[in-house]
Every structure is written in C-alpha cells, then in structure tokens.
Design a protein around this ligand. Structure first.
Ligand code: FEO
Length: 135
C-alpha cells in the first residue's frame, strides 16, 4: 500500500473539512510509515487510537453541519460513517488481540474506504455546503 498524498481530486471545496481530511490522511501515512519501519506494537496501537478518535471527531463535525443546514443526505451519510467506525474498531480489536503485525489487507481496506468515501459521498455535499456559506 503506497503513502497517500492529498490532492485537489480529494477536495470537498469546504476548507474546514479538507483540513480535517488532510489530518486523517497524515495519520494514515504515519501508520503506513510506522509499519514500513517495523515500529513496535505500542507505537502502532497509539496511532490507531489517535486515528480512531480523530475519525469520530471529524464524522461528528460533518454530521453536525448537516443537521444544522438540514442536509437531505444526512441519514445515508451517517450510516456510511457508522460502517467505517465499525471497520476501524474491528481493525483495532484484531490488532490488539492478534499478532504483532497489523493486517496490511485491513489497513488497505480502511484506506480504500476513506478515499472512496471522500471522493464519492463527501464530495456530494460540496455544492450544498457552498450554497449555505460553509467554508
Ligand atoms: Fe469526511 Fe463523511 O467523512
């Protein structure tokens, strides 16, 4: 799995959410680097916790804004967030209970999900938030 570089192709045209996505990408890259460098279990577990906490924070921010402006796609978007949190929690449990090596397929799955979520589901709110002056 390669490192991920943020680009305009991932932009949702809302600065506050682009910045949060950049932070999430940075955490994935740190996890990637730590794995590549063979860092210890404690380091990887710490990054996973940080990633999980920040993902929940970010999802909350998006959902709060959707509620505030009565975004019609809120229910579906929230469901997608819940599915991802579930996958991330599974990865944490698997890692904490399993081998000392974090599952590459699991990390790959998580990262693919994030990219697809940003490019498809998140980007579909761009016009709505721009219209409501969210920056
Ligand atoms: Fe940026 Fe819907 O997560």
């Amino acid at each position: 799995m390669p490192r991920i570089e943020w680009s305009d192709k991932l932009s949702v045209k809302v600065n506050v959410f682009d910045n949060e996505h950049k932070k999430l990408i940075d955490m994935f890259n740190r996890l990637h680097d730590a794995m590549s460098q063979g860092q210890g279990k404690d380091v990887l577990a710490e990054i996973l916790v940080e990633l999980s906490d920040y993902t929940k924070t970010h999802f909350g921010h998006e959902e709060d804004a959707m509620k505030k402006y009565d975004y019609p796609g809120l229910a579906g978007h929230r469901k997608a967030h819940e599915e991802f949190i579930s996958k991330l929690t599974d990865a944490q449990v698997q890692y904490n209970n399993g081998s000392t090596v974090l599952s590459i397929p699991m990390l790959d799955l998580l990262w693919s999900w994030v990219q697809n979520h940003i490019k498809k589901i998140d980007q579909s709110y761009s016009d709505f938030f721009i219209k409501h002056g969210v920056k």
